[in-house]
Design a protein. Sequence first.
Length: 363
Amino acid sequence: MDKVRIGIIGCGGIANSKHLPALSQLPDVELCAFCDIVEERAVKAAAEYGAPGAKVFVDYRKLLELDLDVVHVLTPNKQHSFITVDALESGKHVMCEKPMAINSAEAKKMLDAAKRTGKKLTIGYQNRYRANSWYLKKLCEAGELGEVYYARAQAVRRRAVPTWGVFLDEENQGGGPLIDIGTHALDLTLWEMDNYEPAMVVGQTFRKLADTENAANAWGSWDPKKFTVEDSAFGFVRMKNGAIISLEASWALNTLLVDEAKTILCGDKAGADMIGEGDALRINGEKFSRLYTTVPDLAMNSGAAFFEGVGAGKPHEIEARMWIDHVKDDTKPLIVKPEQAYVVTQILEAIYQSSKTGQPVFF
């Protein structure tokens, strides 16, 4: 195909901040259709990013009747599963924004639909495309860290509660910071370790600061009456090979140790961490009876060298380019496989379940 014809379902914040700016830069893409339950948002997106004659809908099923190659599902979490399944069944490839779904049963429906239809499905975990993420992945694949037996996945904010949209609504989102930003940290950690076989999960969610009136917050005070999800969550995952992962996620927590979508890996040959601003990465170990710490220079070319034929760009731009390349050519890699995202959803769901029951969840 010369041009990949794309339909956008959901024209809110994530569409306008990530997907539409990235896709609009690609010369082999046509943004042909836009859908949102708030028609004005779809009209605005079509006017700014749409190809000539782009169509606007309020019912996603009408959009799926069009002759499109790809659909991006950018709706609240609750809608990810059934819209994705319908899109796959209508013959479209699908990029669904993270998390895959609000629970593993819904995610399994998506995975099964992709297998049944033979259509391509990926999930929007753009932090894999950062320069430090990709470099660390290469180190892990080369065995530089050895066996990674302990990892820490971090998505900790001190006071940065999203107050817009449906972020605070448990029914529509399935949870709070754990499913919103914890999902990025967990995905990144599992991918670096290349370990997708959990054995046991235990966890606890908290809602300790959500009722604070006139709270200090990066995006203005939240409404405690609308804050129906957790404000922090913590999980412990034991993998089948004995490795363990500690997961920390918060929108509001009394701590100065904040970092988001980062991982710490400890192997029997070396360790690595992403502590620090931006694309921070440190490698530590022991050689010749001396401890060492090295900091790779990742500033040059912004990671372009790690993505052959893709070129430089921000993580969401590289994500879009590599996704469209894969749609057009099966020999190009699919970086985020739906089977991997399904395991992320299983673990997140297990943490929520463990918190409710007070018991570990076994796989």
